[in-house]
Design a protein around this ligand. Structure first.
Ligand code: ADP
Ligand code: MG
Length: 844
């Protein structure tokens, strides 16, 4: 890792290899450190710590969720797997999937995905030595279900321990990520069908979510605007209704005349006819009728597992195992907040007596999740701040910096620099999140912090997510810091260290860094992995742009905290406005500074929703801008399913635009599956005006600065989250020219149109963030896929009160029992350990 003082050997990227820590781990570490300093003889490759298969799976699932771009573990999956293999259980799993002679990295993305899926569903090849000879001589077929291990908690038993779950079913459950009894118990329903409140079509009221049981008259594929979909006519004794599902044309085959189904969704009026748009639906069969009068859970489905089968499995699990789940919440706390006990809550989560009972149960589960995350986050903060950071003298330094700048700092920049300067003059390590909208001038603020460190004889490191962004920082900071002159000091030296730097240049840069001749190192995350040695690192700045990189941050800080006698200060910069509830939840370990003011003279980007039928005009507009010497971005519609499909769609769009729309202009294509060197080349050439139009997927979201680009056209804008659209819009309006953001959306739903209108109205990122969180929820806001943001099972980000209550309780608990060592906190401590893995981004 980057944070390595000269005395320590380079670090080998150990986040994944880190042992699972108890809550008081960091504390003990500090004690250990003073009692028995580690020997410097320890090599860069520490002996592998025990790995668990669970951890392996979490990482593989995380990799899968990130689109298989080999970013789940710092240092790459191959190195991780090599180390993890030291654990026999992990080796058994890896031995039961195809070997990768050239490594994971060398696989094409599609095969990566397949390989991970195999590894996730693998039945480990057991080492015979682990069993008594007799058992070993009786070979177990690979299809035999795993037996429960009587020594482990029943909750950790494989799902096949649930009555009625055979190998084939267990495999299907595994596809949904459900491997243990606990997983099944915590598979919370998406919603419930209230069979106690089934309405007739005549009773349905427009505008409300309702359930009704009907019979299909006919179903067929229809055109719905530009899309296709299924339209069905249904009836009951009291009337007829129209039902439409966008895109899901296969439903036309599945729904046959006279089929009895239950529909659940919002009712509207269409030409006077009651209509349900994309309702949840389910077949009504004989058995189901026995459920009449009760509230039935509706689970997320997987292929081959029907709602009924899943219901039966969960019911068995709840009946037999819910009573065995230990209570993590102390009794007095439950009493204070009137939270039901865990067993009761689990029962009511699945089969509530009334919807009110369900809400109570859900509130309890949410509270526990939030409390655990808060405890994990606060504990991290405590651990971090046990370190000692260098104390910097800031007097005068900022004045020198300010007067050297080519512009006057904004009030917000001044305030934030003041907050940072206060942190830097204390030995408590700074852990600060700097939030500021795109273009708000975060780099100038970072420059101030770097200058303070340098003036005090320390080094600074600033990291960007891509090479081209690192180069951009390097240019900006060279310009800003190059102007700063201290009377008694040599000029500041700043070095760019990226993957493209090689050979002698690289060796020289590394030497100068280790010798302390370099004041500021600018680089990418990739470079961190290669063991760069600093002379005296005083501050690390991470520019995450919109990505959270929770994981990198955690690794960075772990490493920093373990590095030696001094912990560098840490500043994380983010251009994604993070609503308060989210900040409290996931960034509670950081202090937050906000730049809420743009430098003067910025023209807001003119934003417009382009309705269906005006696509031509939008293209003509781009053409006229190009004629005026400007450049444009065209972002392709989002394809959620996979990167491969997204790439294909983008390539097709690029070809179509090149051939049919702009044959006379110079177009380039940029997508996520291009090698990063190629991406950088395209962006560089675009910046150097070798192209007029850049056709891209959302990879251009990350803060690239191309002042000559004045048009951002987003195709299929209704499929993006507001935050994403705002980020995309931020790619233009960075130069002198008036810029435009065109949002193409055919047939947007009411909700989507509302979102686009918010975007037309305001350019304030925070306002947008709050609006979108309200309209769509956090997953959509950030685009779950890229955000790395863990998902809650029961908690809801919009419940600020509950989040704040959980935070207060977490504080109170830690005040009383900082290490969670009291017996009454034992179970809570285990739950927190689980949450901690979520907070560090080892998302399961
Ligand atoms: P971001 O917050 O998106 O990283 P940058 O730091 O890249 O923003 O700043 C955007 C542009 O604004 C840069 O060209 C920078 O030089 C300029 N800038 C920053 N602060 C000011 C200021 N106070 N007055 C005028 N221009 C500024
Ligand atoms: Mg920036």
């Amino acid at each position: 890792m980057l944070i390595v003082p000269a005395a320590e050997p380079p670090f080998h990227s150990g986040l994944a290899a880190r042992p699972q820590r108890s809550v008081s781990y960091a504390k003990r570490q500090v004690l250990n450190r003073t009692a028995a300093p580690r020997t410097p003889a320890r090599g860069p490759h520490r002996p592998a710590v025990p790995e668990t298969v669970a951890q392996l799976r979490r990482i593989l699932r995380f990799e899968l969720s990130k689109g298989c771009d080999d970013s789940a573990v710092i240092g790459g999956l191959d190195r991780y797997l090599e180390r993890a293999r030291a654990d026999p259980a992990v080796a058994a799993v890896l031995d039961s999937v195809p070997r990768l002679p050239r490594g994971y990295r060398a696989l094409p993305a599609g095969e990566r995905r397949d390989w991970i899926r195999k590894a996730l569903t693998a039945q480990p090849v057991r080492k015979p030595a682990a069993r008594p000879a007799k058992a070993a001589s009786k070979p177990q077929g690979p299809a035999a279900p795993p037996r429960p291990d009587p020594e482990s908690s029943p909750l950790d038993w494989p799902a096949s321990a649930i009555k009625g779950v055979r190998a084939a079913t267990a495999a299907r459950l595994a596809k949904m990520g459900l491997r243990t009894v606990r997983d099944v118990l915590y598979l919370f329903p998406n919603r419930h069908n209230d069979f106690a409140d089934i309405r007739t079509i005549a009773e349905l009221r427009p505008g409300e979510e309702q359930t009704c049981a009907v019979q299909v008259l006919q179903a067929q594929i229809v055109r719905l605007g530009r899309m296709h979909g299924t339209e069905a006519k249904v009836h009951d004794g009291t009337g007829t209704m129209r039902v439409v599902w966008f895109n899901q044309t296969y439903l036309a085959d599945q729904l046959k005349p006279d089929d009895r189904i239950v529909l659940s969704g919002k009712v509207s009026l269409f030409n006077g006819l009651k209509t349900m748009e994309s309702p949840e639906w389910e077949r009504l069969q004989g058995e189901e009728l026995t459920h009449t009068g009760r509230i039935v859970p509706v689970y997320p489905l997987t292929q081959g597992l029907s709602q009924r089968v899943l219901r039966r499995i969960v019911k068995e699990a709840v009946d037999r195992f819910a009573a065995l789940v230990p209570e993590a919440l102390p009794e007095d706390l439950r009493g204070r907040h009137r939270l039901p006990g865990i067993t009761e809550a689990l029962r009511q989560m699945h089969y509530p007596d009334t919807m009110e009972d369900y809400r109570e149960a859900r509130r309890r589960m949410a509270f526990e999740e939030l409390l655990c995350v808060q405890l994990a986050v606060l504990d991290r903060r405590l651990a971090w701040q046990e370190g000692r950071a260098p104390v910097f003298d800031t007097r005068g330094v900022i004045d020198v910096y300010r007067s050297a700048l080519p512009f006057a700092l904004t009030g917000a920049q001044e305030r934030v620099i003041g907050e940072i300067a206060r942190d830097l003059s204390s030995s408590r390590p700074m852990a600060r999140l700097l939030q500021g909208d795109v273009g708000s001038g975060k780099t100038a603020v970072a420059g101030a912090a770097l200058v303070v460190a340098a003036a005090n004889g320390y080094q600074g490191a600033i990291m960007a997510p891509t090479e081209i962004l690192a180069e951009q920082h390097y240019r900006t900071l060279s310009d800003l810091l190059g102007r700063v002159k201290f009377a008694e000091r040599r000029p500041l030296r700043i070095e760019l260290l990226t993957g493209s730097l090689s050979g002698r240049g690289r060796r020289e840069a590394l030497r100068a860094l280790a010798a302390g001749e370099v004041d500021v190192a600018v680089g990418t995350h990739a470079l961190i992995q290669e063991g760069v040695t600093f002379h005296r690192l005083g501050i690390t700045i991470v520019d995450e742009q919109h990505r959270f990189g929770v994981m990198q941050r955690a690794a960075l800080r772990e490493r920093a905290a373990n590095a030696g006698y001094q912990t560098p200060h840490l500043l994380v910069m983010s251009a994604t406005p993070i609503p308060r509830t989210l900040a409290l939840t996931f960034f509670g370990d950081l202090d937050v500074s906000v730049i809420d003011e743009l430098p003067p003279g910025r023209q807001p980007v003119e934003t417009r929703w382009v309705p269906p039928g005006e696509r031509r005009e939008a293209y003509d507009f781009i053409r006229s801008q190009v004629r005026d010497g400007r450049q444009a971005f065209i972002v392709c519609p989002l394809v959620e399913e996979s990167q491969a499909l997204q790439t294909k769609a983008a390539t097709r769009e690029y070809e179509m635009l090149s051939r049919e729309v702009f044959p006379d202009l110079r177009l380039a294509l940029l997508h996520g599956r291009m090698p990063s060197a190629e991406k950088d080349r395209v962006l560089r050439d675009f910046r150097d005006r070798k192209y007029d139009i850049l056709v891209a997927t959302t990879v251009i979201e990350v803060g690239i600065d191309i002042p000559n680009a004045t048009v951002m056209l987003v195709d299929g804008a209704d499929r993006f989250g507001l935050a994403q659209l705002h980020q995309l819009r931020g790619r233009v309006g960075r130069g002198a020219g008036q810029s435009y953001c065109l949002l193409l959306a055919e047939e947007p739903s009411d909700a989507a149109r509302e979102r686009l209108q918010v975007l037309e109205r305001t350019s304030d990122g925070f306002e947008l963030a709050e609006a979108d969180l309200r309209l769509r929820g956090p997953g959509d806001y950030f685009g779950t896929r890229q955000s790395g943001l863990p998902e809650f099972q029961a908690a809801d980000f919009s419940d600020i009160r509950l989040i704040e209550t959980a935070r207060q309780e977490a504080r109170a608990i830690l005040d009383l029992d900082p290490g969670l060592q009291l017996p009454e906190h034992a179970i809570l401590a285990t739950a927190v350990a689980r949450a901690k893995r979520i907070v560090t981004g080892e998302v399961s």
